[in-house]
Design a protein around this ligand. Structure first.
Ligand SMILES: NC(=O)c1ccc[n+]([C@@H]2O[C@H](COP(=O)([O-])OP(=O)(O)OC[C@H]3O[C@@H](n4cnc5c(N)ncnc54)[C@H](OP(=O)(O)O)[C@@H]3O)[C@@H](O)[C@H]2O)c1
Length: 324
């Protein structure tokens, strides 16, 4: 089969054996896959949990048709079924994944649209609901709102009837687009003092919940923009993996600060995340309320170009690789 693998000089299209599903795994014929930020790190040679490294097939998210199932896969996942999901080795003609990462593809959805959803849905349901405890009427700040997971946070927040929803983007055009999607305030996190705008917009209170895709040097303004006894969920480190942290401000605002990642989660934990996301969101998912914009499509052969395009940060929404 064709596969986009990490070669000595970066990602390259190569031939690879069709993978065999293990007892708890599903194999699918991939129709489309979507890029995620972690693909960029893996394309640089970094590992993502136990995935990646020299010779690894890149890619983490796909949509396609089930082609084979292992002996322990529950009966609700069947050969011939249209599915979407996450798992390593996505950028190829065939991929395998634990059955607990596989979701039914909603009727009427094209594979290129379906491939945009699994990681954003799982990540943001886990961050907003399981960790963040988002309640109807609560205020939410999405820090890094134009990212794919940020856009999904807005969609989920609206489905769950959150109150005020603000966001951040360093790009003026994207700030306009986010406002057009119904965000109540969009700040520029590269201009210091943005936390004041959040406080002004929330009657001095700050956001009850922040999902933070940026971290890095913006963390102290993020603390300032969070309500007393609010909660920050650290989802990404786009602006920096380390920085100075104002411990006194943290204590003063009595903020709960949680970190989340899939890299250290067990198979059982991921199965639970998928099941609880489906329990809460399968209705709006079927109704098309949780879609993400597709920014641009490439072919599998153009995988390296697609990764370079993501690296340039001009996109708004998901970047797709068409496979079949
Ligand atoms: N914890 C988890 O389980 C989990 C799962 C999935 C993703 N993530 C993380 O979530 C983040 C977003 O992932 P994604 O795949 O949704 O990304 P994405 O769609 O590629 O997000 C791209 C956007 O991020 C912003 N950005 C990039 N570099 C930045 C910088 N230095 N400073 C400020 N903003 C910057 C830019 O927005 P503007 O141009 O609008 O500023 C850019 O357009 C990543 O950090 C990723 O690792 C975490």
């Amino acid at each position: 089969m064709r596969a986009l693998v990490l070669g000595a000089d970066g990602p390259v299209l190569a031939r690879a054996p069709v993978p065999r599903p293990g007892p708890a795994e599903v194999r699918l014929r991939v129709q489309a896959c979507a890029l995620n930020r972690a693909d960029l790190y893996m394309a640089e040679g970094r590992r993502h949990g136990d995935a990646g490294g020299p010779g690894a097939i890149l890619g983490l998210e796909w949509a396609g048709v089930v082609d084979a199932v292992g002996a322990e896969v529950p009966g609700h996942v069947r050969v011939g079924q249209r599915v979407m999901g996450s798992g390593r080795g996505a950028f190829a003609d065939y991929a395998v994944a634990d059955w607990g990462r596989v979701l039914p593809m909603p009727d009427g959805l094209e594979p290129a649209q379906a491939a945009t959803l699994p990681i954003a849905l799982q990540t943001m349901h886990d961050a907003l609901v399981t960790h963040g405890g988002l309640r109807a009427g609560a205020s939410l700040l999405i820090h890094g709102a134009s990212s794919a997971v940020g856009l999904m946070a807005l969609r989920i927040a609206r489905c769950l009837k959150a109150g005020w929803v603000g966001g951040s983007s360093t790009n003026a055009e994207k700030r306009q687009r986010l406002a057009g999607l119904g965000m109540d305030l969009v700040v520029d996190p590269s201009v210091s003092g943005w936390s004041g705008q959040v406080l002004d917009a929330t009657a001095g209170r700050g956001a009850d919940l922040v999902v933070d895709m940026l971290s890095g040097p913006s963390i102290n303004e993020t603390l300032a923009a969070t309500a007393i006894e609010g909660h920050i969920v650290n989802v990404g480190r786009l602006a920096g993996r380390a920085g100075s942290f104002d411990f006194d401000l943290h204590a003063l605002r009595r903020v709960r600060y949680s970190g989340v990642t899939f890299r250290t989660r067990t198979r059982e934990e991921v199965r639970r995340i998928t099941a609880s996301m489906l329990r809460d969101l399968s209705g709006p998912l079927k109704d098309g309320k949780l879609s993400l914009p597709v920014d641009r499509e490439f072919t599998l052969e153009q995988g390296a170009q697609a990764l370079a395009y993501m690296c340039a940060n001009g996109h708004f929404g998901k970047i797709i690789l068409r496979v079949a």
